[in-house]
Design a protein around this ligand. Structure first.
Ligand SMILES: [Zn+2]
Length: 101
């Protein structure tokens, strides 16, 4: 079984080795390409612009199921982003409302 680890958050290489666990039990990796040692969170597979693209696609027309198919990102990950995004939108709206008064 081929294990999918992810990509280095520093150089984007997928040439990674498992490198033990941190004290709180998270898997840590060593990147053979750039030598970085770090914890790769699932969400960090997506950079900010990719994330923005996926969120925009959701607001345009796509269903979470469609996004899952197109971008190969889990529905749970996207709905997590959306929850965060909603809070930011609400916060920005409140601010712009206040600045108009
Ligand atoms: Zn790297």
């Amino acid at each position: 079984m081929k294990e999918k680890i992810g990509r280095c958050t520093r150089c984007g290489s997928d040439n990674l080795l498992k490198n033990g666990h941190t004290s709180n039990g998270k898997q840590q990796y060593f990147c053979k390409a750039c030598g970085a040692r770090r914890i790769l969170e699932h969400e960090k597979d997506y950079n900010e612009s990719r994330k923005g693209e996926i969120i925009r696609a959701y607001f345009e027309r796509a269903s979470l199921r469609g996004i899952e198919r197109i971008f190969h990102v889990s529905r749970n990950t996207v709905s997590g982003w959306l929850k965060k995004n909603d809070r930011e939108v609400a916060y920005n709206r409140r601010n712009s409302y206040q600045s108009k008064r």
